[in-house]
Ligand binder design. Structure first.
Ligand code: ADP
Ligand code: ZN
Length: 291
């Protein structure tokens, strides 16, 4: 039985076909241009397979409320051509199979839970620190959803004493994304993030913001594992800094030995690397087919 998976991003779409055990058989990358062109290529790729279901993890914001008139739409993105675009409908018209639709970060959390760093657990949180900041979570085996998907990148954080940068979020200026996304780091320090690797002050400040976010996610959701992905987290020196600051901020609160005494195993990079999203989308397809 074959399942289709789509990781829909603002720069590229990754499409894959895989099996029930999460194994990927074929995978391609398609540039994100205009919807008709990009999705035309996506549909061509899947045509040669007989699929049981398709899972989509998408950039957002998206409408995942099945009772909504705009269910399956990419909604208020500034990305040209994609504002209010009915991505699920386009795929559904080409393939009459069940379709799973959720955010890129929620499916990445699902991928890490099923086959990655959180394997065997029933909860985890996945956060990406890249062009934007977003987080998804699985709680008691289910993807976290309420009136919509969570928007955990836009939480408020306490400002670092040495930080005079105004913040980059178009809505809130100095929310977490506004202060700690890749573009915010680059504008504050005037250089590409990758070229700031040896500037300790940069990563100390970055870790200060990320650690505050993790503390809040821990206090609110109590996830059994936290996975940090995205371009900025390729700076691996961030991991020990973030763990130390989480520990300092919690200050002995949440006195669970499996957490506080073992943060190396609790706050981790994605075990699936850059494949967390596409493998999660595959598991989304598997889940929706079982329903
Ligand atoms: P996106 O969020 O667009 O899917 P990424 O997760 O790769 O893509 O995030 C892109 C951001 O991460 C950019 O701001 C980029 O400068 C930064 N970035 C990418 N690779 C690295 C790296 N190796 N070290 C530090 N920053 C990086
Ligand atoms: Zn914001």
């Amino acid at each position: 039985m074959y399942y289709g998976a789509i990781e829909a991003g603002g720069t590229k779409f990754v499409c894959a076909v895989g099996l029930e055990n999460g194994e990927i058989l074929e995978k391609i990358r398609i540039e994100t241009t205009m919807p008709e062109e990009t999705l035309g290529a996506v549909i061509d790729f899947f045509r040669k397979y007989s699929l049981k279901a398709i899972g989509i993890g998408s950039f957002g914001p998206i409408d995942i409320n099945r009772n909504s008139k705009t269910y399956g739409f990419i909604t208020s993105t500034p990305k040209k051509g994609w504002t209010n675009y009915p991505i699920v409908k386009t795929i559904q018209e080409a393939f009459s199979v069940p379709i799973f639709f959720n955010t890129d970060v929620n499916v990445a959390a699902l991928g890490e839970l099923e086959k990655g760093a959180a394997k065997g657990l029933d909860s985890c949180l996945y956060i990406t620190v890249g062009t934007g900041i977003g987080a998804g979570a699985v709680v008691q085996g289910q993807l976290l959803e309420g009136f919509s998907h969570p928007e955990m990148g836009h939480i408020l954080v306490r400002r670092h004493a040495d930080d005079t940068y105004e913040g980059k979020c178009p809505f809130h200026k100095d929310c977490l994304e506004g202060l700690a996304s890749g573009p915010a780091v680059e504008e504050r320090w005037g250089k590409k993030a990758v070229d700031l690797a040896d500037r300790m002050q940069v990563w100390e400040m970055e870790a200060y913001y990320i650690a505050q976010a993790l503390m809040q996610y821990m206090l609110i959701l109590a996830p059994k594992k936290i996975i940090l992905g995205g371009g900025i987290m390729k700076q691996r020196q961030l991991f020990p800094l973030v763990r130390q600051k989480v520990k300092d901020l919690l200050n002995g609160y949440l006195a669970f030995p499996e957490i506080l005494d073992n943060l190396e195993a609790y706050i981790v990079p994605p075990a699936l690397g850059d494949d967390a999203g596409i493998i999660g989308a595959l598991y989304g397809a598997i889940r929706v087919a079982e329903k």
